[in-house]
Design a binder for this molecule. Structure first.
Ligand code: SAH
Length: 270
């Protein structure tokens, strides 16, 4: 299974409490955009959003209403006067675990405001590694709800109950899911129609055909005695394409034997 699946568990009705935190300026500029791709982020740090997503191409696209971003402040659903969201791990050990009842309240609240087929995803080092195929698949759907963990992460019962799909940014441990969520949103949003000025560029870049991208060059033609490979200056499109393909193959073979063997197997099968 490569793509995140829709959760099977039903949400338990809409909570009347809504996060009272004001969305940051760029976020939810058009609350009525029902058919616009939407990222929801459940987080203890809503102020970390839109973060980098509010800049450059993703920021402009957010302003233009090509996608929308909503944060759900987990703290709002915390218990008691101190709005507690975590407790000590059952069985002992270091750190704290996010409470299942608190997380469930946040999930139910969020899911009432997104298409039910939008996947519910927990950013987690135990998840399926994020890749281009996943981003492409997510970009064709209505959006996604992302859960950012903190401390030691989520109570397993929440993951099981909602059948949450886990996605990892890579084999390392972050202090929280927010950076991973922003990476995942960025990788997906740039594939939405109209977000990148030159849409052809997503077809040629790394991973789009299972290979790493060829090297890129620009002016000046000579820099510190180093020249741009002459074929790129030849104006001969056929030769340029051939050179780039060869470079892509060589790089992939050298740096990513895993991608190379998948690519070779696929090409043999075709
Ligand atoms: N105790 C956990 C790590 C918790 S790190 C373990 O060993 O698996 C705290 C939070 O950071 C996690 O709940 C998760 O949401 C996020 N996180 C950490 N590393 C991540 C990674 N590689 N990819 C995605 N999210 C990650």
């Amino acid at each position: 299974m490569d793509e995140p699946k829709t959760p099977t568990a039903k949400s338990h009705g809409r909570k009347t409490i809504r996060p009272s935190l004001k969305p940051r300026e760029l976020m939810d500029p058009h609350p009525e955009l029902v058919h616009v791709w939407k990222a929801q982020v459940i987080t203890l740090l809503p102020e970390a959003f839109p973060g980098i997503l509010g800049h450059s191409l993703t920021g402009r696209a957010l302003k233009d209403g090509l996608w929308q971003l909503e944060t759900v402040a987990l703290r709002q659903f915390g218990e008691g006067k101190h709005r507690n969201v975590d407790d000590t791990p059952a069985g002992g050990g270091a750190g704290m675990v996010l409470r299942p009842d608190v997380m469930a309240a946040a999930i139910d609240d969020a899911r009432a405001r997104i298409a039910p087929v939008a996947p519910l995803i927990y950013l987690s080092p135990r998840g399926r590694p994020l890749n281009q195929k996943m981003a492409k698949s997510l970009a064709t759907g209505p959006g996604m709800t992302l859960i950012c963990g903190r401390f030691e992460g989520l109570d397993q019962r929440v993951i099981d109950h909602y059948n949450i799909f886990e996605v990892s940014l890579g084999d390392f441990v972050l202090t929280g899911g927010e950076i991973a969520a922003q990476a995942m949103i960025d990788a997906t949003v740039r594939l939405l129609p109209g977000v990148l000025g030159n849409e052809a560029s997503t077809e040629e870049e790394s991973f789009s055909d299972g290979l790493l991208e060829h090297p890129q060059y620009t002016r000046p033609a000579e820099w510190r005695g180093l020249e741009i490979p002459p074929v790129l200056m030849s104006g001969h499109h056929g030769e340029i394409a051939k050179w780039r393909q060869a470079q892509s193959e060589e790089l992939t073979q050298k740096r990513r034997p895993d991608l190379w063997s998948a690519y070779s197997a696929r090409n043999k099968a075709d």
